[in-house]
Design a binder for this molecule. Structure first.
Ligand SMILES: *Cc1c(COP(=O)(O)O)cnc(C)c1O
Length: 361
């Protein structure tokens, strides 16, 4: 068996210990004589899995008691619709568009009401985060929406926007559990699991209790109503059981590592290895404004599309896989989530150094 260094943006690398533990429990989960994939979502064993997962996530993130935690399906993209359906009481919302995912959410919300683009960084290919200290927040806005870490472009909000008292909704798909977070600053936090947490098929929504109501837009499907899911402990119908089980293992792994403070330190140290190399390289350079750099997704280019393609090809052959940039951006992108070891960054930079030597301009 040989594992590669997987720099995929998602589905992405998971901790090896978690995969091994899941493998060891595949045929007989804790004496039940069956795999978690084969058991009832109403069974005692699964009840403990989902309750432990929620409790561990609450502990990791310090989620206050007045927030609900929901394990749902449909990916982050389904939340682009579920959020306006549940929260747009006045049918008005403000969106900050900092990348393709924020833009998709902004476009989807327009199906449900008046949606204002109050800031954007599209003028410079989403390579920065706009100043959000004094935006024209709409008086009747039901919420202000951000995508906190822009997976494709590699930018991250270092400071949350000033929403002037309006509820803040954040897509944290690609920075979930990468660092400590003050949940109380948000009305709703959500993300797909397949970036930094677990397998595709699970999306986690953390929502303040007072926003979980029956007062949703007419026509909202029962399944997409947060109240339905909250009232039923995410078990209104069959949830993504196996995915939740793996997420739960990742939460335990994160706790064993020392929690989110430790992950933040590690993630910053990992990102620094790559950014420091990019900053001194004559061949490679980063594409994002320095102060807005993500510590999860690092896009970079040589400035020559053919050379980029050759780099990706040679890197793949050397065991550094999924470094090709998003199809809309080109170049390269290294996604360096929680489960990517420090050694992976050191080895990648060493490989880049060699490639630069062999391809002096
Ligand atoms: C990947 C991603 C999405 C889309 O996730 P799906 O689960 O495929 O719908 C949305 N937002 C962000 C920030 C992402 O990185």
């Amino acid at each position: 068996m040989s594992r590669v260094y997987n720099f995929s943006a998602g589905p992405a690398v998971l901790p090896e210990e978690v995969l091994q533990e899941a493998a060891s429990e595949m045929l007989d989960y804790q004496g039940t004589g069956m795999s978690v994939m084969e058991m009832s979502h109403r069974s005692k064993a699964f009840d403990k899995i989902i309750k432990d997962a929620e409790a561990d996530l609450r502990e990791l993130m310090g989620i206050p008691d007045n927030y609900k935690v929901l394990f749902l399906q449909g990916g982050a993209s389904q939340q682009f619709a579920a959020i306006p359906m549940n929260l747009m009481k006045n049918r008005v919302a403000d969106y900050i568009v900092t990348g393709q995912w924020a833009k998709k959410a902004y476009q989807e919300a327009q199906l449900y009401g008046k949606v204002n683009k109050i800031a954007s960084s599209e003028d410079q290919t989403f390579s920065y985060i706009p100043d959000c200290s004094d935006l024209p927040i709409s008086e009747d806005a039901d919420y202000v929406y951000i995508c906190e870490n822009n997976t494709i472009y590699g930018t991250k909000y270092k400071k949350l926007p000033n929403t002037k008292g309006k509820p803040l909704v954040a897509d944290v798909s690609s920075c979930f559990l990468s660092e400590p977070v003050d949940v109380s600053k948000y009305a709703l936090i959500y993300g797909g699991a397949q970036k930094n947490i677990g397998p595709a098929g699970v999306v986690i929504v953390i929502i303040r209790e007072d926003l979980v109501t029956d007062d949703v837009l007419p026509g909202t499907p029962t399944m997409l109503k947060y109240k339905t899911q909250a009232d039923n402990g995410s078990l209104y119908n069959t949830p993504p059981c196996y995915g939740i089980y793996i997420c739960g293992k990742v939460f335990k792994w994160l706790k064993a590592q020392g929690g989110l403070e430790v992950m933040k330190e590690r993630n910053e140290a990992k990102a620094k290895v790559l950014y420091d190399f990019l900053d001194q390289s004559d061949l490679f350079h980063g594409t994002v404004r320095r102060e807005d750099r993500s510590i999860m997704n690092v896009p970079f280019v040589t400035g020559d599309a053919d050379l980029d393609a050759r780099f990706v090809k040679e890197a793949t052959a050397a065991g550094f896989v999924n470094l090709k940039g998003h199809r809309t951006v080109g170049g390269m992108r290294a996604s360096i989530y929680n489960a990517m070891p420090f050694a992976g960054l050191e080895a990648l930079v060493e490989f880049m150094r060699e490639f630069e030597k062999e391809n002096q301009k």
